[in-house]
Design a protein around this ligand. Structure first.
Ligand SMILES: [Zn+2]
Length: 588
């Protein structure tokens, strides 16, 4: 068995160098490709041949590939050392270059969207793997305005809705929070403050939330104003000008999720809140209190502080994958073998974890900060799952290998489920087993229910804000949403009325959050199928992964034999959670 060491990654495969002659030559080649692409403009016509069209697409893919390499290098270099001035300045240079090239190549997608149906169908038929990418651009055709109108919207957005979201970021990123820890008042960022909601001390958990909402409520007038303007702008542009039926329909079209499917998903989430109510009651009991407070939702209840050596953890993850499918395990092994995993703890390194899939077939890069907690092992399985997904889709084009948002967490969460199941099967210590189940259920609440209720709030808030609701009225609406969500399963304090002002997605990407619920429930449903079916499920699962982002979610999920329009499908995911809840109660 190989011994795995915690090391830094290497980026050579991405870019041999970021300065000097060789690098300048790369930029000169890129410039030449972009000029060539610009000269394709006159060739674009409804009469052009399939081959000519394919050449233009390939060239645009080549340009995008170089940009992906450059941006990935910049981002990964910065992530390995966020204090590096050189990395920061390189990243700035690449951002600017990307924006310039985007503007110079924009004419293609505008032309494609405007093309008549017959010509588009003919060209799409000869576009091979690019088809879904092209189809995705065309989906917006009925909602696209004339070129002068689109230009006006773009220009006005820079200082309109984009400026408002930037303002929101600027205001909230400057917030600092104060919290007393062991008798000493510490000043901290939001990320630091947030870690205290999982603190073993009930007082610290409450204080962390109270401080969060104290700071946000101080600025509530301006944050509420920003929100109302964004929502009214969304309604004015998307509904009045473009003709969408409802505010959420815009997001659904971007996700390629039919409106009734999103509705069904949200309905099933709402109907299944009792499983989380049961979980909160269980937590209250374990914590020895009559009722959980909203402050205690993420309270730890475990006493076991089991740690895992890095080498052990990698072995466990790879072996778990191997038992499921050696093909999947081999993809994960590649990440380690190619030195694309940065798991070391270093000063200045970016926190958290991520997987960056740069190009089809190129081994993805994974960052983690491994300290040996059970959660770190899960994170390793999660991020390697993302890498597996990308490598399974290696045969697709640069525009279609990456899974679309609602499908993007499939392989990652599935790998986590495999690992949790295995750890549960092999662990004899009931306290460690309980910790594992608690981690899974905490995560399920945060990813499924909480996100679905954000979107339920947004549906009401978009309607009310257009009717002229004040910030106080939106806060009342939000409290109603929380009362519906929690029922009497916990004690909800009034300070949570400010929570929505602290959720950037609600401002920056309306209705985005249901994609999290979608992804997690999808995996749970798939996992249930695997448990029922056993080995015959494996090739079907591999097939789903191998689509990457080359077909619609409905098509890919249909391929697996599921119907995402059916409430039963989503219910299947909740049935798994009910089962985990049964296991948890049986341990107690
Ligand atoms: Zn993920």
């Amino acid at each position: 068995m190989a011994e795995f060491e915690q090391t830094k990654w290497t980026l050579n495969e991405l870019l041999p160098t970021h300065k000097g002659e060789e690098f300048e030559r790369l930029l000169a080649d890129l410039e030449q490709q972009v000029s060539q692409f610009e000269s394709c403009r006159e060739k674009l016509s409804p009469e052009m041949t399939g081959d000519e069209f394919l050449d233009v697409l390939k060239l645009s893919g080549d340009i995008y590939a170089v940009l992906r390499r450059l941006s990935a290098y910049a981002y990964l270099w910065f992530s390995e050392d966020t204090q590096s001035q050189a990395a920061l300045s390189f990243m700035g240079r690449i951002d600017q270059l990307s924006a310039e090239i985007q503007n110079r190549t924009l004419f293609f997608s505008l032309w494609w969207k405007g093309l008549d149906e017959e010509a588009a169908r003919r060209l799409m038929a000869c576009s091979g793997d690019y088809a879904y990418y092209l189809e995705s651009l065309r989906r917006f055709k009925p909602y696209t305005l004339s070129e002068p109108e689109e230009k006006v919207i773009n220009i006005k957005d820079v200082n309109g809705s984009n400026a408002l979201t930037n303002l929101y970021e600027t205001i909230t990123n400057r917030f600092t929070f104060k919290l007393e820890i062991d008798g000493e008042v510490k000043e901290m960022t939001r990320a630091e403050l947030s870690s205290y909601v999982r603190n073993p001390s009930a007082d610290v958990r409450a204080a962390a939330y109270q401080e969060l909402y104290r700071v946000y409520s101080d600025q509530a007038t301006v944050l509420g104003q920003i929100y109302s303007h964004l929502v009214r702008d969304w309604a004015g542009e998307q509904m009045t000008l473009r003709g969408f039926d409802s505010p959420i329909a815009v997001r659904n079209l971007r996700n390629d999720i039919p409106d009734p499917v999103a509705e069904t998903l949200l309905d099933v989430c709402r109907a299944n809140m009792p499983v989380f109510h049961r979980y909160f009651q269980f937590k209250a009991q374990r914590l020895g209190v009559p009722q959980l407070r909203r402050y205690d939702v993420y309270a730890p209840i475990g006493a076991a502080e089991k740690t895992y050596l890095f080498s052990e953890a990698v072995d466990q993850v790879l072996d778990t994958l191997d038992r499921f499918s050696s093909e999947l395990a081999d993809h994960a092994r590649r990440v380690l073998a190619d030195s694309h995993l940065d798991s070391e703890i270093r000063r200045g390194k970016r926190g958290g974890a991520f997987c960056y899939s740069v190009l089809p077939g190129l081994t993805p890069w994974v960052l983690s900060n491994y300290v040996g907690k059970a959660d770190d092992v899960r994170t390793l399985a999660h991020e390697l799952g993302h890498a597996i997904h990308a490598l399974m889709a290696a045969d697709h084009s640069i525009f279609t290998f990456h899974a679309a948002l609602p499908m993007a967490e499939m392989a990652s969460v599935f790998s986590e489920m495999l690992l949790t199941d295995r750890l549960l099967a092999e662990e004899n210590d009931p306290v460690v087993r309980r910790d594992l189940l608690v981690l899974t259920l905490d995560d399920a609440y945060a990813t499924i229910a909480r996100q679905a209720y954000f979107v339920l709030f947004e549906i009401d808030a978009h309607r009310r804000a257009v009717e002229g609701a004040t910030t106080d009225e939106l806060c009342e609406l939000y409290l109603d949403n929380l009362r519906n969500q929690f029922g009497d399963s916990l004690d909800l304090s009034d300070d949570f009325r400010w929570e929505w002002t602290a959720i950037p997605h609600i401002y920056e990407a309306p209705f985005y959050c249901y994609a999290y619920s979608f992804g997690q429930l999808l995996v749970l449903a798939l996992y249930r199928q695997y448990k029922n079916e056993g080995a015959s499920f494996v090739p079907r699962y591999q097939k789903i992964l191998s689509y990457g982002g080359s077909a619609s979610p409905a098509h890919i999920i249909g391929e697996a034999g599921f119907d995402m329009a059916s409430p039963d499908f989503w219910q299947g995911g909740f049935d798994v959670l009910q089962g985990l809840m049964d296991d948890l109660e049986a341990l107690a």
